[in-house]
Ligand binder design. Structure first.
Ligand code: AMP
Length: 424
């Protein structure tokens, strides 16, 4: 038997309503906040990710699905979406008329991490990115929108963590202090962190290995090193978040793995997922548009872990069904015999086009077995047409809940069914 690849999964028809419900809720909310959708390709030149995410990151070092295409060019299945959205913003000169753009995208990402609950090699993200706004008000508004999305989706167990990573002006001072603090502890750190001290010491703060967490004790805090502008920016984000009624925690160890972040960084965490506690993360990346060849433009964005959101959602398929999102047939057509089946096949098309969710059985099996199938499909109504009905030129519509039966004349079939369904 063929099996799917480790770390990959099928999202099955039974689960899809929850995915669709989350996706629709996000789309609606984001569009009300002025976002429009963008769909970049899944495959990009490897260099794009190397340059934007940074060579010294786990993603670029060991997690990317990179291969040479048939001409030998190195291409990569995207491990995250921001780089592609920035590339597109620059390539299509979206900044030319009005640098402010609010874009969102939903789709799969690929990282060859060690699979476990909440961590897959193909996983889905919902991303939002804002270009061209420097004001801290947008940082707060974006976090507000993210928190509201989770509230709308009945996620109750969540905490918002925020931090500032400073800017190219003030971060070097902090990096230096941190490196000096870490060097004497080098022997107690994990192998990865030993390498990180020189290359990317901030990431040691983020390491989940228990011995590293213990060794860290009381590292220098980035907020004490922020320059005046970064400090004012961070203060303003906090004031506005409080004005918006968003509760948050300043988490000085929150650094996130990607190189291009500046100033505000944030993460939404939950305790319902064990080790994989982050359900969304994001932050400012004011230098990235310019670094990838565009004009200097500030930017900020976030990525939600769609799979994790589905896993912690307290909305279950039954709830969604009662909200009318899950699909069941309005009418299940039960034709008996060849002549009736051909006629019903034509009606099925007309009913579907008239906005009625229609299912038909072409198997030619007995009335009894087709009624059983109607029950299995949870059909609201069954339309029966057999020899008697053919003679009388009227089919029988049965309401499966009340068991009430109505005659439906052939010549006004679609209209009559529509009326019947709307009345119930
Ligand atoms: P990142 O792009 O690493 O900042 O991740 C943003 C969000 O995507 C995280 O908070 C997770 O919820 C989710 N995520 C990241 N990696 C994975 C993965 N391998 N499997 C499932 N979700 C993931």
């Amino acid at each position: 038997m063929m099996q799917l690849i480790r770390g990959f999964k099928d999202i099955l028809p039974d689960e899809i309503h929850l995915w669709q419900h989350i996706e629709l809720t996000a789309r609606k909310l984001f569009e009300n906040f002025g976002f429009t959708e963008i769909r970049p390709p899944l495959l990009e030149k490897t260099d794009l990710f190397k340059r934007s995410i940074g060579e010294d990151t786990d993603i670029v070092e060991k997690e990317m699905y990179t291969f040479a295409d048939r001409k030998g060019d190195s291409v990569t299945l995207r491990p995250e979406a921001t780089a592609s959205v920035v590339r597109s913003y620059i390539q299509h000169k979206m900044y030319a008329q009005d640098p402010v753009r609010k874009l969102y995208t939903i789709g799969p990402m690929f990282r060859r991490e060690r699979p476990q609950k909440g961590r897959y090699r193909q996983f889905y993200q919902i991303n939002a990115e804002v270009f061209g706004i420097e004001s801290p008000l947008i940082d707060a508004q974006l976090i507000f929108m993210l928190v509201k999305l989770f509230e709308n989706l009945s996620v109750s167990d969540m905490a918002t963590h925020i931090n500032s990573l400073g800017c190219p002006e003030c971060r070097p001072g902090f990096k230096k202090a941190l490196t000096e603090y870490l060097l004497p502890k080098k022997e107690s750190l994990c192998e990865n962190c030993k390498n990180r001290i020189d290359r990317n010491p901030l990431r040691v703060l983020d390491c989940k290995v228990p011995s590293c967490r213990e060794a860290l004790e009381a590292p220098p805090e980035i907020t004490s090193y922020l320059c005046r502008e970064c400090s004012l920016h961070f203060d303003k984000v906090q004031t506005v978040l409080s004005d918006h009624g968003v509760s948050y925690k300043v988490d000085k160890q929150l650094v996130r793995g990607l190189d291009y972040y500046t100033r505000t960084t944030f993460e939404i965490q939950t305790t319902s997922l064990g080790a994989q506690s982050a359900i969304a993360g994001g932050g400012r990346y004011d230098g990235l548009v310019e670094a990838l060849g565009g004009p200097p433009q500030p930017a900020i964005g976030f990525a939600i872990g769609f799979d994790r959101l589905v896993e912690i959602s307290t909305l279950k398929s039954e709830d969604i069904a009662t909200k009318g999102i899950a699909k069941r047939p309005d009418v299940f057509l039960v034709p008996l015999g060849d002549e009736c089946t051909a006629m019903a096949g034509k009606w099925a098309g007309e009913l579907s086009l008239a906005g009625i969710r229609t299912e038909i059985d072409f198997s030619g099996r007995s009335l009894k077995s087709l009624m059983k199938r109607a029950d299995r499909l949870n059909a609201r109504h069954v339309l029966i047409v057999g020899e008697n009905e053919l003679n009388q030129e009227a089919a029988v519509l049965r309401n499966m809940k009340t068991r009430e039966q109505t005659e439906i004349p052939f010549d006004s079939l679609v209209e009559s069914i529509k009326k019947q369904i709307q009345h119930q």
